[in-house]
Design a protein around this ligand. Structure first.
Ligand SMILES: *Cc1c(COP(=O)(O)O)cnc(C)c1O
Length: 354
């Protein structure tokens, strides 16, 4: 893939690293590539970060034909720039694309594009502990047409956003609201795809949870509203009676790359890992008899988010005394260590940007 590069003539000032937050600041450049039926993906380019111009009739605005990804670049103490399993994001892109009738994007195009744009804006990768450069690739349908059909033209774009440490002072356990009214996805739907529509469906639950003082929503299955699925933008794990348990991928759960990595690590460490159905009743029971030892979410943003409190209807479960558990802490230290280059990359999870 050939990438045309047009550098900015007006570079922006780099932000203050102690106050980055998430998703508010964007770097100097962006990657863009076009798709046209009959021509395929073409015209890969890196250009100054700028607005995009689309017709108001562009299909993405009407029927939501779009997908996105999320990964990060990390700058280690050794000065090297690392990506964590980017080919997994590339493969997942095509799983999402298939479901959304978006044409396939070759895995090597995705990885090359990510490496190239990160390289151009490498100086934007923050270096303070816990900080990283968030990478947001996305594809939108651009045909000017109000009929309901897959678009024949698309744009693949990558933008970059320096992001702050998720935890300013240690891993703080969060409170989670188990949503018993609304659902996020159903089997046969598009829950496994990373697409805006799933998030549009989830906002109402998030607002409800926030209003009640909980930071995240845990979704139940869309049919019986009985089995655990996942948290807003994280997969969920439980340690019950010494075993690591997580909902199996059933089509309505997003197959997280952090989830996959955590399962791999826990198995290597000798834990029994079960991917299966978990009902809310089982959790309530495990909590009552003292076998619910740890609960944590997994995702690129936070790596591990320990859960200190789970609310379901009138029941409030306090997990591990509201403290982070040892397995959660060990996973967090190992994964962030691999990402920063302080823990050996035994599984070949790192791609270097050179
Ligand atoms: C992205 C995402 C996750 C986490 O996936 P990672 O690859 O681990 O970042 C989990 N759930 C949803 C709904 C997501 O969009």
């Amino acid at each position: 893939m050939e990438i045309r590069i047009e550098k900015t003539t007006t570079p922006k000032a780099k932000p203050d690293q102690s106050n980055l937050g998430f998703g508010k600041i964007f770097t100097d450049h962006m990657f863009v590539m076009d798709y046209e039926a009959g021509k395929g993906w073409h015209d890969a380019r890196i250009i100054p970060y700028q607005n995009i111009s689309l017709a108001p009739s562009a299909m993405v605005f009407h029927y939501g034909q779009e997908m996105f990804e999320g990964l990060k670049a990390y700058k280690g103490k050794d000065g090297q720039t690392r990506l964590f399993r980017p080919e997994m994001n590339a493969k997942r892109t095509n799983e999402s694309n298939k479901r959304l009738c978006i044409p396939e994007l070759p895995v090597e195009y995705f990885v090359e594009a990510v490496k190239a744009i990160v390289k151009i804006d490498e100086e934007w990768i923050p270096t303070q502990p816990g900080t990283s450069l968030y990478i947001r690739p996305f594809i939108i349908a651009t045909d000017e047409f109000l009929g309901v059909a897959p678009s024949k033209t698309y744009k693949f774009i990558i933008i970059l956003s320096p992001s702050g440490a998720y935890y300013a002072s240690g891993l703080a356990p969060v409170g989670i609201w188990i949503e018993d009214e609304y659902v996020r996805a159903v089997r046969g739907g598009m829950g496994f795809a990373k697409t805006g529509g799933n998030y549009a469906a989830s906002l109402i639950g998030q607002v409800k949870a926030h209003d009640d003082g909980y930071s995240q929503v845990l979704w139940l299955d869309g049919v019986e509203r009985k089995y655990i699925e996942e948290v807003g933008a994280m997969n969920i794990f439980f340690k019950i009676n010494g075993k690591i348990v997580t909902p199996m991928l059933n089509g309505s759960i997003l197959p997280g790359i952090t989830r996959n990595s955590v399962i791999h690590l826990c198995k290597k460490w000798g834990y029994e890992v079960e991917e299966r159905k978990i009902s809310v009743d089982e959790l309530l029971e495990a909590q009552k008899n003292g076998s619910l030892e740890e609960v944590f979410g997994t995702g690129t943003a936070a790596v591990i988010s320990p859960v200190g409190k789970l609310r379901y209807c009138d029941d409030v479960m306090i997990i591990n005394g509201g403290e982070i558990g040892p397995v959660s802490q060990k996973i967090y230290d190992t994964v962030t260590g691999i990402q920063n280059g302080t823990v050996e990359d035994k599984f070949n999870w790192i791609t270097y940007v050179k």
